[in-house]
Design a protein around this ligand. Structure first.
Ligand code: DX5
Ligand code: ZN
Length: 216
């Protein structure tokens, strides 16, 4: 299995969130992905620390928390305390990214940086060796169910070369518009982790979709 799979609960049934978390627990998923949105960095508000704290009580997979918020430094500790195992901040939201990454790592969890579709991979040149993961947005952040941006494949190839040249084991995660077709092409281009929200939760058998993504 070459893919790691991170179902995004943005598309889960919030009237029965516990049921969807149990489904993920029993599935082949590797992480649970949380799309935290503040309505400022992105034009939508999703959920925050109380949801993650409660899910953490029943989750049997590491919590992969994606902060689409301004001033993420202020929220590193609360999300670590809520149970985050991986914390992703947006490069576009950080004045001092190196300091933010050091802050995340000081709590003993994995540090990850996300790039919006317009943000060049080259900006990571001098911090790639400090990162556990890079999350490339393959849609403009804010909503699930959007159309995949084709330029993402090129960015994956560029990032794969940067990581390999640096001798790093940094993971490449892709978020937005992931399905069997885009997922296979992303893995072929060098990606490691597939985030999928609507493709998983719109299916009759989400567990089957997760296993299908694992075996691409
Ligand atoms: C965008 C969100 C979505 C979500 C996955 O801000 O980050 O990308 O995770 O959305 P789907 O898989 O439904 O495109
Ligand atoms: Zn995300």
């Amino acid at each position: 299995m070459r893919a790691l799979v991170a179902p995004s609960i943005l598309s889960a049934d919030f009237n029965n969130l516990g049921k969807d978390i149990e489904m993920i627990n029993q599935s082949d998923a590797d992480y649970i992905h949380f799309d935290v949105m503040d309505g400022v960095f992105v034009p939508n508000i999703s959920f925050g620390i109380p949801v993650i704290k409660h899910v953490n009580k029943i989750a049997e997979k590491p919590l992969d928390v994606h902060l689409m918020i301004v001033d993420p430094d202020k929220f590193v500790e609360p999300f670590v305390e809520a149970g985050a195992s991986i914390l992703t901040v947006h490069i576009e939201a950080c004045k001092h990214l190196h300091r933010t990454i050091q802050l995340i790592k000081s709590y003993g969890i994995k540090a990850s940086v996300s790039l919006n579709p317009h943000t060049p991979v080259a900006l990571l040149e001098d911090i790639i060796e400090d990162l556990d993961m890079v999350l490339l947005m393959s849609v403009n952040p804010g909503f699930g169910g959007q159309k995949f941006i084709e330029n993402t494949y090129k960015k994956v190839q560029q990032l794969r070369s940067m990581i390999d040249n640096a001798g790093s084991d940094c993971l490449i995660e892709i978020d937005g518009g992931v399905n069997y077709d885009t997922g296979k092409k992303l893995l072929d281009a060098g990606a490691n982790v597939l985030v999928a929200g609507s493709f998983v939760f719109s299916a009759d058998n989400p567990k089957e979709i997760i296993s299908g993504l694992k075996s691409l």
